[in-house]
Ligand binder design. Structure first.
Ligand SMILES: Nc1nc2c(ncn2[C@@H]2O[C@H](COP(=O)(O)OP(=O)(O)O)[C@@H](O)[C@H]2O)c(=O)[nH]1
Ligand SMILES: [Mg+2]
Length: 366
């Protein structure tokens, strides 16, 4: 198609190899008369999704592929895709054929017809929309998330969980530096980050049943949703990653106590030896928990990466422990008996130290 690009369709994918060609064929059918490109943003799917998309891109310059290495996350994938186009309009659509691409032209027409409109959202919960063959459980979970986010985020959307929308690209570029980029819900992120309420319109569609591949909506995703809510409410005061790191650290302290107690009291191991053993157990526990939760988007995988990560994490924490004791000893004043405050200050300093250095040197490769 000649003439300037009208629309970029961003397709975040993780293990969607079997759906790529079908989606491109459907976009091609739906978008007649529109100059479009599709940008697959794939998080290095083991099933070779990026290769499948590149095979199409080789013979069709409308298809592009961003293959992200060592990173995971639906929101951040969408953002990167949206920032990688020159088209004035950008849509986000799932790569598993569950969203109805045939309403894309109507979305584009709505934006063309009204310059004051910022975005058009595909909604399952306005008249004419639907959730297709969802089971009761999924409907209930989605309804709960919808209510929660409406209340917390004060966004009056019928379907804030929708991952299907079209927006003016310039708006996204303006908001990108301020997005939280965590979790599953890029639409919410955009709408709540904007300093002025975005002017939106909802178009109905029916959510289709997934026929190939698997849903990635699992417990981790539910957790990410809560994290994103936290970030919106308190993230300005205490960054969400630090909050998680500190929570993991607190659990680590409990693990430490649970090891020292029995070793020292019941098995009569010397206190120093018990403490060293407990420290090793707690650090290992913290390393794996941080790897699975706090840094799940940059998770270390494979024996070698895990071992190297564990060694550097222990090194960082060892220095943190020395700083902890140093600060506490410096502040401690025997006369006024300030041991609690001194101990807390020591803990705070070592927590910040551990966090700052481990995010840089243990999980900071990318
Ligand atoms: N790039 C990228 N895409 C993802 C990730 N998680 C899910 N997706 C894609 O996002 C879309 C929606 O995910 P899906 O698991 O189908 O969610 P559901 O429809 O709510 O069950 C699909 O195209 C997935 O392949 C991720 O971590 N990174
Ligand atoms: Mg899906």
């Amino acid at each position: 198609m000649d003439g300037p690009l009208d629309l970029a369709v961003v397709v975040p994918t993780f293990n969607e190899r079997a759906n790529v060609a079908a989606l491109v064929a459907r976009l091609d059918r739906a978008l007649g008369g529109i100059a479009w490109e599709a940008i697959f943003v794939d998080d290095d799917s083991p099933d070779g999704t990026a290769d499948a998309a590149r095979a199409l891109a080789l013979v069709d310059p409308r298809i592009r592929v961003i293959q992200r290495i060592g990173r995971r996350g639906l929101s951040s994938a969408c953002i990167e895709g949206m920032c990688a186009t020159a088209a004035p309009l950008v849509a986000v659509i799932d790569g598993d054929l569950q969203h109805d691409e045939t309403i894309l032209p109507a979305m584009a027409r709505a934006l063309a017809a009204d310059a004051a409109l910022d975005l058009v959202i595909g909604s399952r919960f306005v008249d004419g929309g639907g959730t297709g063959d969802w089971d009761k459980d999924r409907v209930a979970k989605s309804a709960l998330a919808t209510r929660l986010s409406r209340r917390v985020l004060k966004a009056d959307l019928s379907d804030p969980m929708s991952g299907f929308f079209m927006i003016r690209t310039a708006i996204v570029r303006g908001l990108t530096p301020h997005l939280s980029a965590i979790g599953f819900k890029i639409l919410l992120d955009l709408m709540t980050t904007s300093p002025r309420p975005l002017n939106f319109k909802e178009l109905p569609y029916t959510f289709r049943v997934r026929t190939a591949g698997e849903s990635k909506l699992d417990h981790v995703v539910a957790m990410e949703f809560l994290i994103a809510l936290y970030d919106r409410m308190f993230g300005r005061f205490i960054p969400v990653r630090f909050a998680m790191f500190a929570a993991v650290g607190a659990l680590g302290a409990l693990v430490h106590l649970a090891v020292v107690g029995p070793l020292h009291k019941d098995l009569a191991v010397g206190f120093i030896k018990s403490s060293i053993a407990a420290t090793a157990v707690a650090m290992t526990f913290n390393f794996f928990l941080n790897n699975a939760l706090t840094y799940r988007d940059g998770r270390l995988k494979g024996a070698r990466a895990l071992f190297d990560g564990w060694v550097s994490f222990c090194a960082v924490c060892a220095v943190g422990a020395i700083a902890n004791v140093g600060v506490a000893a410096f502040l401690y004043n025997a006369q006024s008996d300030t041991w609690i405050l001194s101990a807390l200050a020591g803990i705070a300093v070592s927590a910040v130290w551990n966090y700052a250095l481990s995010s840089r040197f243990v999980w900071g490769r990318y």
